[in-house]
Design a protein around this ligand. Structure first.
Ligand SMILES: [Zn+2]
Length: 166
């Protein structure tokens, strides 16, 4: 009995891998994009790019060259938080900062954001309502914590890019 179970382990692992792969690449999302955290090859493969509009208080709209480059890729671009601070959208957000983030996005890409993904996939009800008022659809995947490709993953995220065949 025990040996049968051991034989099943590779099957189970493969199955989990396939599920993760399918769910994470459909569509292929590049996460945490901003001028200092950009790349080329991966961006071209992606379907949706999630941009942080004001990382470390630097607005993306200040870098017109980067904005033009991202826009020229002709991908769906979504808004990914404001500054991407820890569980940013689980706390009370500043309306002024949100409007400024949306304006930065619009100045950068010449379109209003229609897709929104909260940093760390965390957003409370109150903020969900605020985001809906700005006509953005909230993209959430609860199934896997953070199944997306990253341009320059930090050390602990590197294996994820590898596992997801980014
Ligand atoms: Zn993120």
């Amino acid at each position: 009995m025990k040996s049968k179970f051991i034989m099943l382990i590779p099957v189970i692992i493969s199955l989990i891998y396939v599920i993760i792969l399918i769910s994470s690449r459909n569509p292929l999302i590049i996460d945490d994009l901003y001028p200092e955290n950009s790349c080329n090859d991966l961006l071209e493969k992606a379907d949706i790019l999630y941009v942080i509009p004001n990382f470390e208080n630097y607005s993306i709209s200040n870098n017109k060259e980067w904005c033009a480059k991202i826009k020229s890729l002709n991908k769906t671009i979504g808004l990914h938080g404001i500054k991407h601070s820890y569980h940013e959208f689980n706390k009370k957000i500043s309306n002024v900062e949100l409007v400024s983030a949306i304006n930065s996005f619009e100045n950068c890409f010449e379109e209003k954001p229609s897709l929104f993904r909260p940093p760390y996939n965390k957003i409370n009800k109150e903020n969900e309502e605020i985001i809906s008022k700005f006509n953005m659809t909230i993209y959430k995947k609860r199934f896997i914590v953070h199944p997306y490709c990253h341009c320059n993953p930090k050390s602990f995220m590197k294996p994820l890019n590898w596992i997801l065949l980014c």
